[in-house]
Design a protein around this ligand. Structure first.
Ligand SMILES: [Zn+2]
Length: 293
């Protein structure tokens, strides 16, 4: 069933787990992610990122996401990941998204607050939940898309969200979810992750409004025990994609090798890909629910 993220996150706070927020830029990933949530009987957030536009347009993927969300046996929120401009975000409203990340983190604090607040004021009366980002998410997944260039990863602390700014941001904007920077990166980690768990606790304690929830992006490759610690410290929405998306290629390569030049049906490959995606999605969601009460 298609639901609003607000009720989902309330349940996650109450029972100490995080909800997976997974990108679904094609039919196979969409079916795999919802299939994994149904296997586990847990709620799920399905994302279309503005950064996926070169792969699939919102107008193409949104009706599919909506249909699968409405027919799912578990609660599904339809979410825009990193909506970077107002035109795109408003197209998402029209397409039926129940939640939108209005990402203005590229701007200094004052402008980020002002732009985020005006977006919250615009869509809250429509019942749409809003996520925003404070601090920056460094990128280790460079693409051709502007704003997704490789970041300098030599010192991740320069990107970290400041506790006092998070408190002020939450109070002044009225967002439902605040994505914070505490040591994760977009894309895969090359080295061992080192999350600032104490910073999550401090931000959670500083934001007294319990209707504001904390989100973490860039979970791929993060040490599992650190993901669990982050959830226990207050993270209740976790974005996850790259690890799942890159798990498919080695399996398909093996499949191609095994066929030794004989004809191989693409449809068969797609089904194998979907099985891999579902397995990876399930593994991530199980990790997010490790300490569920
Ligand atoms: Zn992100």
């Amino acid at each position: 069933m298609l639901v609003n993220m607000r009720d989902m996150l309330k349940d996650a706070e109450q029972h100490n787990y995080a909800i997976g927020s997974l990108n679904t830029p094609n039919l196979e990933t969409l079916r795999a992610v919802i299939g994994a949530a149904e296997e586990l009987g847990c709620p799920i957030i399905i994302n279309h990122a503005q950064g996926h536009e070169p792969v699939v347009h919102l107008e193409t993927i949104a009706p599919l996401m909506k249909m699968y969300a409405e027919n799912a046996k578990v609660p599904v929120a339809m979410h825009i990941d990193h909506g970077l401009d107002i035109d795109f975000c408003m197209k998402a409203v029209r397409a039926g998204f129940t939640s939108i990340m209005c990402d203005r983190s590229e701007y200094p604090l004052e402008k980020n607050i002002a732009l985020t607040k005006s977006f919250v004021d615009l869509v809250k009366p429509l019942g749409i939940t809003v996520e925003a980002e404070l601090g920056a998410m460094p990128n280790n997944m460079p693409t051709e898309v502007p704003g997704q260039e490789q970041s300098d990863l030599s010192d991740l602390t320069v990107y970290f969200t400041k506790v006092d700014e998070a408190k002020r941001f939450a109070e002044e904007t009225g967002v439902d979810v605040l994505a914070i920077s505490i040591g994760t990166v977009h894309g895969m980690y090359k080295a061992k992750s080192d999350l600032d768990i104490e910073r999550i606790k401090a931000i959670r304690a500083a934001i007294t409004d319990q209707n504001v929830h904390l989100g973490m992006h860039g979970c791929s490759g993060t040490e599992p025990d650190q993901v669990v610690a982050a959830v226990n410290a207050g993270i209740k929405k976790i974005n996850y994609f790259t690890a799942m998306d890159t798990a498919v290629a080695p399996v398909l390569k093996q499949m191609i090798d095994d066929y030794e030049g004989r004809p191989l049906n693409y449809t068969l490959m797609v089904n194998v890909a979907m099985e891999v995606l579902q397995k990876e999605a399930k593994k991530a969601m199980e990790l997010f629910m490790t300490c569920k009460k």
